[in-house]
Design a binder for this molecule. Structure first.
Ligand SMILES: [Ca+2]
Length: 480
C-alpha cells in the first residue's frame, strides 16, 4: 500500500466518527437509551398506521437515522432483550422465551458482558430505570438502578377487568387510571429528567425503559381522546390468511387466551383495541417527549448519542391474531432510531437491521473498543450512507431452530421441521401469499437460506413460556 492510500485508509477506517471538532474517542459522548415495550411500527416516522400520533418520537427521527427495516432477534420480551444486552443470538444461548433476570446470569447470555457493563468497563457511569431487560435489570448490570425486583412492572389496574378476563394474560383495554401521575412510565420519565438535570463529571449511559404499549392497554382519558373511535381504521385482514402456511407456522403462532380478529369483528371490539393501543403509544410518546425536552435543556444534547428501540412488533388482528410471538413481519418489525453528534438527521434507510446490532453500533458511535463476541454488526456505515447496499439480513428466532431471515426485499422462514415460508415484502407487505413452493423463487430461497444460524443451542432450562401452548417436544413446560 502506498503512502497516500495508507493515509486514506487511516482517515476512512480509523477515527471515522467525529463529534464536532474532536474525534469521537476524545469527545466521549454520553449515551441516552430509550426502550419501549411491544411497540410495533405504528409510529409517525414509520407510517405504520394512519391514526397514530407520535410527535415526540417523530422529532427524534428528524434528528437521526431511522431504520425502516429493523427487526427483533426474537419476537418476545425475554429473548429479545437478552439478545440485545448480551450481543448474542438466541440460537447461541438457548434463551428462546421468558427468563427471569436472576436466572439470566446462569445462561451463556449472562456469562458474557452486557452492553451496559461494557460501557462501565470503559469509564462510563451507567444508570437505569424501567423495563430494560425482561424484568428490570439483573443485579450489577447498572452501577445505579432505580427499582427493585418487587417494584410492580405495570401500572394500576381496575378492580375488575373491562373487556378481557382470560387467565394467563394481562390483556385488556380501556380508560384507566384517571391521572397520568399514576402511570409507571411517567414516573420513569420523571426519573430520567432528574438524571439529565444533574451535573455528571464522567460520560454517562442513561437507560430508561417504558412498559407501554404492552398489555393491558390502559391509559387516562386524554390519550384516548386523541384517537376518536369513529376515525379509527383497523389493519389489513384477509380471511383464511393462514391457509397457505405450514402447520408448524400455525402452531408457533397460536396463542392461548388471546383475542382473534374474528372474535374482535364479531364483538365490535376491534376498533376499541386499536384505539387503546394507539392511546398507549401516544402516552409513551409523551414520556419520550419529557426526556427529549430535558436533554435539549440540559446542554448535554450536543454530545449525546440517542438510541430509541422497541423490543419487537405486535399483531393487532393481522393474520387473525392479537399478539407478538410469530416470525411474521408484524411481530418482528420494530422502530429503531439512532442520533449521534456529527451525523445527519432526518434520514431513513431500508437496509435490514437487527436489534442485535445495537451493541456494536453503540460501541462504535461512542468510540469504545468493539466486543469481539458480538454477533450483530455495527450499523454506522448505514448512518453514513443510508443507500448503501447492505449484505446483512436480519435474523429473528423463536424457539429452537425456528428462524426468519429478512433481507431488504424478502422474508424467508424455516421451522424446526423443515417447513418454509417466503414472502416478497415489496409486492406483498401484508404477507398474504406464501411463495415458498413456487419454483420461480428457488434461487432466492437458496440465497436466503445461507444466512440461517449454523448453531442451534438446546433450550435453556431457565427460559420458559407463557400464554402459548408450546410447539415442540424440545421446549420446557410452562413454569409460570
Ligand atoms: Ca415486549
Amino acid at each position: 500500500m502506498n503512502y497516500f492510500r495508507l493515509i486514506a485508509c487511516v482517515s476512512l477506517c480509523g477515527s471515522t466518527v467525529w463529534s464536532g471538532a474532536k474525534p469521537i474517542e476524545e469527545s466521549r459522548p454520553n449515551l441516552l437509551m430509550i426502550s419501549i415495550d411491544d411497540m410495533n411500527d405504528w409510529v409517525g416516522f414509520m407510517n405504520g398506521h394512519p391514526n397514530t400520533k407520535t410527535p415526540h418520537m417523530d422529532r427524534l427521527a428528524a434528528q437521526g437515522t431511522v431504520f425502516m427495516n429493523a427487526h427483533t432477534a426474537s419476537p418476545h420480551c425475554g429473548p429479545s432483550r437478552t439478545a440485545l444486552w448480551s450481543g448474542l443470538r438466541p440460537s447461541s444461548t438457548g434463551v428462546y422465551a421468558h427468563i427471569n433476570d436472576e436466572n439470566l446470569v446462569k445462561t451463556p447470555a449472562g456469562q458474557g458482558i452486557f452492553l451496559s457493563n461494557w460501557f462501565e468497563n470503559n469509564g462510563y457511569k451507567t444508570i437505569g430505570k424501567g423495563k430494560l431487560f425482561h424484568h428490570w435489570a439483573p443485579d450489577g448490570a447498572f452501577m445505579e438502578f432505580d427499582g427493585t425486583r418487587e417494584t410492580p412492572r405495570f401500572g394500576p389496574k381496575p378492580a375488575k377487568r373491562f373487556k378481557w378476563d382470560t387467565k394467563g394474560t394481562g390483556t385488556d383495554w380501556g380508560v384507566y387510571p384517571e391521572r397520568d401521575e399514576d402511570m409507571p412510565d411517567i414516573q420513569a420519565a420523571e426519573w430520567a429528567v432528574e438524571q439529565l438535570k444533574q451535573k455528571h463529571d464522567e460520560p454517562f449511559f442513561l437507560a430508561v425503559g417504558f412498559v407501554l404499549p404492552h398489555v393491558p392497554w390502559y391509559a387516562p382519558q386524554k390519550w384516548f381522546d386523541l384517537h376518536p373511535l369513529d376515525s379509527i381504521e383497523t389493519p389489513p385482514y384477509l380471511k383464511g390468511d393462514q391457509d397457505d402456511v405450514p402447520p408448524m407456522a400455525r402452531k408457533v403462532a397460536e396463542m392461548l387466551h388471546m383475542p382473534t380478529a374474528d372474535w374482535a369483528k364479531e364483538s365490535g371490539e376491534w376498533k376499541q383495541i386499536v384505539q387503546a393501543y394507539l392511546a398507549t403509544i401516544s402516552m409513551v410518546d409523551h414520556c419520550v417527549g419529557m426526556v427529549l425536552d430535558e436533554l435539549e435543556r440540559s446542554g448535554y444534547a450536543e454530545n449525546t448519542v440517542v438510541v430509541l428501540w422497541s423490543d419487537h412488533g405486535y399483531h393487532l388482528g393481522e393474520k387473525n391474531r392479537f399478539a407478538k410471538q410469530s416470525l411474521w413481519e408484524r411481530a418482528t418489525r420494530t422502530p429503531l432510531i439512532f442520533t449521534a453528534p456529527g451525523f445527519k438527521g432526518g434520514q431513513a434507510t431500508q437496509g435490514p437491521a437487527s436489534l442485535m446490532d445495537l451493541y456494536p453500533t453503540l460501541l462504535e458511535l461512542c468510540g469504545l473498543p468493539a466486543n469481539p463476541k458480538n454477533e450483530g454488526v455495527s450499523l454506522v456505515p448505514l448512518m453514513r450512507d443510508p443507500q448503501l447496499e447492505w449484505a446483512h439480513p436480519a435474523i429473528t428466532t423463536y424457539g429452537e431452530n425456528n428462524h426468519a431471515v429478512r433481507s431488504q426485499r424478502y422474508r424467508y422462514i424455516r421451522y424446526e421441521d423443515g417447513s418454509e415460508e417466503l414472502y416478497d415484502s415489496q409486492n406483498d407487505p401484508n404477507e398474504w401469499k406464501n411463495l415458498a413452493d413456487n419454483p420461480e423463487y428457488a434461487e432466492i430461497k437458496k440465497g436466503l437460506k445461507q444466512s440461517l444460524p449454523k448453531i442451534n443451542q438446546p433450550w435453556s432450562p431457565y427460559s420458559y413460556l407463557r400464554c402459548n401452548e408450546y410447539f415442540t417436544a424440545k421446549s420446557p413446560p410452562d413454569k409460570k
